[in-house]
Design a protein around this ligand. Sequence first.
Ligand SMILES: [Zn+2]
Ligand SMILES: [Zn+2]
Length: 146
Amino acid sequence: MAQNWDTARICLNGHVLTAHLSKHPDSGNFCAKCGAKAIDHCPNCNTPIHGLPFNWNNPWFKPPTYCHECGEPYPWAGRVLAVEKDRIIRLTSLAYWFQVTMRKLSAVSVWFRRLLKPPWTRSEIFQLIGILAVIAGIVVTIILYT
Ligand SMILES: [Zn+2]
Ligand SMILES: [Zn+2]
């Protein structure tokens, strides 16, 4: 039988250590995210857990829920959903932050265009300094988060 699937190593809570055990044999025996033990064979029938096909590369690999050989649910069945939910919450909060920043940026740019025409009053100079501080803050935030 042709073996087209690479083996995956997954922690008992469903975090994927690697979907390509052949390329990353040193991916560790314990999860770096939660500290749980990691397995690469079905605990019931000892069949290697399907990762990705050898020539595929997919950072969004989702661990299988059931063993393809014996049909038993893997230890993380049901917990994977919690991991997934966690990721969605993190992604949506990041998207929300991005939206708020973009809205602020567009408001700032309207303001900025109006303020680009001298002569400035004293309060406009203070506003300009404030805007520059906001822009510096955004730049620093982007640098820190990427
Ligand atoms: Zn884990
Ligand atoms: Zn099995």
